[in-house]
Structure formats: C-alpha cells, structure tokens
Ligand binder design. Structure first.
Ligand code: PAF
Length: 278
C-alpha cells in the first residue's frame, strides 16, 4: 500500500491509476465495518483508495474530537492488510488552510435526527466529503448503512450538486451479540457495553413486531424505547421512524420502507444504530 501525505502526491499518481477507482473514507479508529467497505470496493474496482482524516469540522465543541480513538499505525496496518492500494492521510493545514472559508451546506435533511442534536455536524461532513471527492476523484465511494443519515445526506449532495461519483451503501457490520461496530465502542466499559446490547435488541424486537403485522408507528417506536429503558446507563436522544429518503418522521400508519433509527448516550459515549423496515 502506498501511503501519501500530500494532495499533490496523490494528483501525481492519479493520472496513471487504473479505474474504476473505489474510495473508502475513514476518520480513523478503523474496524471491521470499514474493512467490509474495502472488501466491497475490491469486488468492483481496480484501484482502492482510502482516506484517513480526523475531520475537526464535523465535531461540535463538546464532542470527542480530542479523544477519538484513532491509532494511525494500527489503522494503516489494517487497511494495508485488507488490500487498500493507496492511502491518503492529508494534513489538517492542507485541508483547512488559515484562509479556508467555504461551507457545503444541505437543507432540511441535515436539520433532523443527528442534525438536531449536533448542530453543524453535517455541514462539516458535506464540506469534507466534497473536498475528498474533488481530491480523490473516485468512480465509486463506499459508505456504511450504520450512519444512515450521513449516507442519505451524501447521496442527496451528490445528486443535488451532480458529483460524478456513485455512492455505494454497505450493510452495518455487527459483533456476534448484535452490537453495531463503531469506533466509539472502544470508549465503553464492560458494563456499558452490556447495556448497549439493548440498542440492537430494541430494533430487532421492533422489526419483529413490524414483520408480524404491526403498522402503528408509535407502537413500533415504543417497542425500542421500552427495551432500551431496561438499561439503566442509557439516555435516549431519539428513537425515530422516518421516511428513508427524506427522513421526515412517520406518524400514524407505516407504509414501508421505513427507517427505524436511534441515538443514545451511554455515559459520555454517543451511539447510533438503525434497521430498515421493508
Ligand atoms: O463516516 C466517517 O467516517 C466520516 O464522517 C467521513 C465520511 C470519513 C467524513 O469525515
């Protein structure tokens, strides 16, 4: 794997790269979820480029930027072993020089769910993803379904702004006990991790009730809430049942497909998860 640290060095290589080019972006804290994106990219791309950048603009002032569990050496080795061809690790000063003054900002879709709890978060994501697409110029870019809203926001940005990139969504990877993989799982104590299992359990129970014919949105949301409430360490930020594209909340009767998503705090750790009801 070729490790590059400047945009210029990537540009030099880019002219000779064999397409299709698949891009797997990460903030660091690489885990099996990211590596499953590499696997997916390897299936349909000739060159796999990964991007490792802890983007400060997508973290709020009271969020975990300074403690984010990114271990560069370990991240490099995992991406290398999984078959990434080129890894770009840009410097913050190159990405955001002192006169940087642009924000790529989407509308309503970024104000809902995570956006309502983390003001400015999606502006940080869409700004860096726009820069990343312009720098890497991939044919396809791979994103995990665990970050369901991020995926929708990026799909919308690509459509609205005509980015010549195909967005490929890949299924959430879970531990054997159902916990969705997340870089932030590293923060959890053993007791907290055990409580966190109620997230998937709640989603799983709600999906089962939907599959057994329940179509009342409040009842389905409530199945998740009641399961999570059994875990004393968890504070619920939201449990949402929304249209999977607009993310607008469903009231009354569910007409599938619908996105059942949640965000919680366990101690200081912010976790999200979701399932699609089809
Ligand atoms: O999902 C992530 O890891 C980040 O939000 C991304 C897409 C790499 C942008 O910084």
């Amino acid at each position: 794997m070729e490790i590059l640290r400047t945009i210029e060095s990537y540009r030099e290589l880019y002219v000779d790269l064999q397409g299709p080019i698949g891009l797997v972006p990460t903030l660091g804290g690489v885990h099996e979820g990211h590596l499953s994106l590499v696997d997916a990219a390897k299936k349909d791309c000739k060159t796999i480029v990964s991007w490792l950048f802890l983007n400060p603009k997508q973290f709020g002032p009271n969020e975990d930027l300074n403690s984010y569990p990114a271990e560069e050496k370990e991240d490099i080795s995992l991406l290398d072993q999984r078959g990434v061809d080129i890894l770009l690790i840009p410097k913050t000063i190159d990405i955001y020089p002192s006169d940087f003054d642009t924000v790529v900002k989407l509308g309503k879709i970024t104000e809902l769910l995570e956006g309502s709890r983390r003001p400015g978060h999606f502006d940080g994501v869409t700004t860096i993803v726009s820069k990343m697409f312009n720098i890497i110029q991939p044919d396809r870019a791979y994103f995990g379904e665990k970050d369901a809203q991020q995926l929708r926001v990026i799909q919308k940005m690509v459509k609205d702004l005509n980015f010549p990139v195909e967005i490929i969504s890949c299924p959430t990877v879970r531990d054997n006990d159902g916990l969705a993989l997340s870089s932030r799982n590293k923060y959890l104590s053993i007791v907290e991790r055990n409580d966190a299992l109620s997230l998937y359990q709640g989603l799983h129970n709600a999906k089962a009730s939907f599959e057994n014919g329940e179509r009342n949105a409040d009842i389905v949301r409530n199945v998740v809430i009641q399961e999570i409430k059994k875990s004393p360490l968890i504070t619920i930020d939201y449990v949402s049942l929304s249209d999977p594209l607009s993310l607008v909340e469903i009231s009354g009767k569910i007409t599938p497909p619908a996105l059942l998503s949640l965000a919680v705090h366990i101690g200081k750790t912010h976790l999200i998860d979701n399932v699609l009801l089809e």
